[in-house]
Ligand binder design. Structure first.
Ligand SMILES: [Zn+2]
Ligand SMILES: [Zn+2]
Length: 243
């Protein structure tokens, strides 16, 4: 499978990540990717920058070192209503957004609350990707997620970092397998991302790609293979992706 992109990565702006944007784009180009996406954490995560970081992405060229660049955010889903941590005014300025649940900034407790939170994020027009839904610390009904993502044209992420032995997330492997099973059933598209917090990790998708192979997941549902396909799911980035 030709893997052309990585849309979930963090720079020093996320504070617990350690490379600059320039280093990350360079690493993506060196790895042979055609598209790099920057998704620093939204302001609800402890230590990250405020909303102001996200308002001036217009200064960043959407092509650098021979590859395409899109600028987004990894939003924090804050509660079972699916509230995210940037205002509409700021969200409008992004090329795309991932929405994820993180332990320190989420109030939901039960599987049904987690499911509601994810479903609301899927219905949010500013969100295109659900980040690491495999995290077993926040179990959810994957059938509902896959069905809703397919209905609303959103992507569920298979997060390479979740599958690493270093990950804090729980039961990721079995949860990814369950998610992929539902995605196959509902013809839901997925995206494989690294969740890189250092330049060496950009485009590092081996664990996730191996899992796709293991479960024989249909290639036509993997957005990584085609910029044209990615443009369908990332409408605001489409002008960058189609040029
Ligand atoms: Zn995350
Ligand atoms: Zn992340």
């Amino acid at each position: 499978m030709h893997d052309r992109m990585d849309l979930h990565t963090h720079t020093i702006a996320s504070v617990h990540a350690y490379s600059t944007l320039t280093e990350m784009i360079r690493a993506a180009a060196d790895r042979g990717l055609e598209l790099y996406g920057c998704s620093d954490h939204g302001p609800a995560m402890e230590g990250t920058l405020g909303a102001h970081y996200f308002i001036n992405f217009k200064v960043i060229p959407r092509e650098l070192f021979g590859i395409k660049v899109v600028m987004g955010a990894e939003l924090n889903i804050l509660n079972p209503s699916g509230t995210v941590d940037l205002s509409e005014r700021t969200l409008e300025k992004l090329d795309y957004a991932i929405a994820s649940i993180h332990p320190t900034c989420y109030t939901g407790k039960t599987t049904s609350e987690n499911t509601s939170a994810y479903l609301a994020a899927i219905e949010n027009p500013y969100v295109q990707i659900i980040g690491h839904p495999d995290d077993g610390r926040f179990p959810a009904d994957y059938e509902s997620l896959a069905a809703a993502a397919a209905e609303h044209g959103k992507l569920l992420e298979i997060n390479n970092s979740s599958l690493s032995p270093k990950s804090f997330r729980k039961n990721s492997r079995e949860n990814c397998i369950a998610i992929l099973e539902q995605c196959r059933r509902y013809q839901t598209h997925i995206i494989v991302n690294s969740d890189a917090h250092f330049y060496c990790e950009v485009g590092g998708h081996e664990l996730a790609m191996n899992l796709l192979k293991e479960v024989d997941f249909p290639e036509n549902l993997v957005v990584n293979t085609s910029l044209k396909k990615a443009a369908e799911f990332l409408p605001k980035a489409a002008s960058v992706l189609r040029t």
